[in-house]
Design a protein around this ligand. Structure first.
Ligand SMILES: Nc1nc2c(ncn2[C@@H]2O[C@H](COP(=O)(O)OP(=O)(O)OP(=O)(O)O)[C@@H](O)[C@H]2O)c(=O)[nH]1
Ligand SMILES: C[C@H](OP(=O)(O)O)C(=O)O
Length: 191
């Protein structure tokens, strides 16, 4: 069984979740981002295959069960590349902090697929973005997060597993995503 490290990048401050500006006040956006990230960190800390957990962020969050890698402001992809190198290009899961329904089983499924195929991607539910990348090998990889990152990610690892699970694909970016989350929570409360 591979000894995985997990790395969660987190934007903090008033720029967090900027696409939710129309729906939420800055304090609400920050609180939402932080609550989702706490859920993701707790989930990852309960995955047996993950040996160490890192938070890549401008500021440390001491109550989370993770090591802090300071973000020096070069942008998400260069920061991730530098963090991967800093961790010795060891088997690494990079997973976004905005996955409110993520479970231990989702992460285990992703890592099992990456153990098998060398690399695994979790697409967003629109099939365009990438919510998680699991890289077992130490070969170069250019993170291409931004819009429509799945294609440039797949081009670099044509043999990679594509792991499609509801919670891995459900990230919160837009007011429509937020409305979907709200409806799901309301439906759960009713049942
Ligand atoms: N450390 C770090 N994390 C980032 C940065 N940009 C985005 N992230 C994180 O990367 C993941 C995916 O980010 P996005 O959905 O693109 O950005 P976001 O801040 O969550 O939302 P928007 O501002 O609406 O794009 C989330 O976990 C973000 O918190 C960055 O520059 N540095
Ligand atoms: C970072 C981006 O994800 P989004 O937050 O736009 O879903 C991506 O998938 O590359």
């Amino acid at each position: 069984m591979t000894d995985w490290a997990a790395l969660v990048p987190l934007k903090q401050g008033v720029e967090s979740k900027s696409r939710l500006r129309e729906a939420l006040e800055p304090a609400e956006r920050m609180a939402l981002a932080s609550a989702m990230a706490a859920r993701v960190m707790t989930c990852l800390s309960n995955v047996n295959a993950i040996n160490s957990l890192y938070l890549l962020a401008p500021t440390e969050v001491s109550e989370w069960p993770s090591h802090w890698l300071p973000d020096s402001g070069r942008g998400l992809n260069p920061e991730l590349e530098s963090a991967r190198a800093q961790l010795g290009n060891r088997p690494l899961l990079v997973i976004h902090a905005d996955l409110p329904h993520l479970t231990v089983q989702d992460v285990q499924a992703l890592l099992t697929a990456a153990d098998d195929r060398g690399c695994a991607f979790a697409p967003d539910r629109h099939g365009r973005g990438t919510n998680a990348v699991a890289l077992r090998d130490a070969n170069p990889f250019r993170f291409a997060f931004g819009r429509d990152s799945l294609t440039p990610h797949r081009q670099q690892r044509p043999g990679a597993a594509i792991v499609e699970r509801a919670a891995l694909g459900f990230d919160i970016d837009t007011p429509a995503d937020l409305a979907e989350l709200h409806d799901m929570c309301a439906a759960r409360l009713k049942s």
